[in-house]
Design a protein around this ligand. Sequence first.
Ligand code: SF4
Length: 345
Amino acid sequence: MKLLLHTCCAPCSVYCIDSLRKEKIEPTVYWFNPNIHPYMEYKARRDCLEKYTKSIEVEAIFEENYGLRDFCKNVVEDLESRCKNYCYKVRLEQTAKYAKENGYTHFSTTLLVSPYQNHKALIEVGKEMAKKYEIEFLYRDFRVGFKVGQAKARELGLYIQKYCGCIFSEESRYLNLNLAKPELPEGFKFLPVKNSINIKKERDNKEKYLDLLLEADPNKEIVNKYLLDGELFALTYQDEPVCVAVIIMVDNDTVELKNIVTKEEYRGKGYAKKMIKYLIDNYKTKYKKMIVGTTENNIPFYVKQGFDKYEKTIKNFFVDNYNEEIWDGDLHCTDIIYYSRNLKK
Ligand code: SF4
């Protein structure tokens, strides 16, 4: 199956893509939404989707069309029926057409995830476009995963909109006019969604994280020493440990972040940032300062997390303390550079 998935925004795409991938269907995301107003809202949703699709390595096509004038002209005579009569049609028609012309076998839409959309009308329009363009409409009742997807989107820090899209839905949202009630599949109830990301201090079995810690600091002797004296924190995603950090006490006012590492496949998704934020909140009541020793390449990352005060450089630290050469990408590491963050700010 070659699936073109019309995508209205990043948060709605989360559950749809995850569940399709579970079925071993790899969708191509298709952005075509000439119904989102005003322009900066359109851009915020579009840019967030671009960033998200890159982070999860899904192919994405962006059909740029703000379309304000056409949209208004086409819906103004019958605002009550605008979703079914125009907005679903124009988006699914373009998706079906593009899919047919570009060798896809199926098309679908993330609009099917929202219990606030007219689900029946979406199916009807999907089938109508499938017939017109002689291509399969892949139907899934994604609504069962709406809450799970939204919770994950929040955890990932995705931009979450406050209204459906058009200026009329924005008016309804803020003036409480004709707000749609959620519609769920028959007999289905949302269960409370438990947090998929948790961080806790590990008192026992710290050694089980040794291999991961060695990815950031390959000297086993040094790691074992600070592991013994230090406090280890593990961040789990859906019960799998994905990021760990070790903190040691330097003096009555200062703690040091000795090691922080994220599993390779989870890097670039903000887990280390979440961990640092947690550590800061955890230590700020008792300590004034957190320091971190790092290589040159990582300074911008730590400065962004508030470690903005340069403390000191220990020349040839990596040469003197490690048997092997230490490389960080293309950088041959020799010196360790310390920065600090004021925990009271
Ligand atoms: S409410 Fe949403 S689906 Fe309906 S016309 Fe506006 S943007 Fe489109």
